[in-house]
Design a protein around this ligand. Sequence first.
Ligand code: SAM
Length: 218
Amino acid sequence: MPFDKVDDLSERMVRTQIQTRGIINERLCSIMKRIPRHLFISGIAKEKAYGDHPISIGHGQTISQPYIVALMTDLLSIQKNDKVLEIGTGSGYQTAVLAELSEKVYTIERIHELSKHAQLILNGLGYDNIYFIEGDGSIGYPEQGPFDKIIVTAAAPIVPEELKNQLSDNGILVIPVGDYRSYQVINVIRRIGTLFEVKESIGCRFVPLIGKYAFDGE
Ligand code: SAM
């Protein structure tokens, strides 16, 4: 654990935005109370960083709303020795949550500047279990698969087969699926041998996943 000071803002964020909406995962809540979310967002007042909404991080991208970070993480049911793949590093905030809960996190980002910035912050906070990759995460990261958990933090038009195939047995993929111009539904896909069980969670709005098995960049 790279830090241990509980901040009033993050404590209030977890209490009023996450726990009141039904997320009771104690380990996750205590981690989100300790991670200094404001460090991941440049150029805004500290208090705004803990608000109940997504925030621009430049390059047309956003850091997700705290509740969505908590919900998607909760849906992954991460165990301490899990190997996790995250697609869409963005600010690196979700990456920090994943790195606190699991053994290893591979995180892929297509925008060089965002990947570098996230790396700077996360390395500065002392994380040594995060591996940063720049490129198209819609093809996954077969070099290091299979993964126990995969999370996609951008809107995908369909669930890429490549990602399903990089899940280990009993592995879980959490991915928002739908049109990025309107809204998406968070899909939770569990691999059971050669079968995939699909469940739907809530509706959401994400920026597009852009890549070979996703939206094109035009
Ligand atoms: N989880 C992030 C956080 O906590 O800040 C928010 C991620 S933001 C909503 C989505 C990110 O996915 C953007 O940074 C975007 O550049 C990235 N992205 C979009 N398509 C991608 C792809 N094919 N591979 C990797 N990253 C991608």
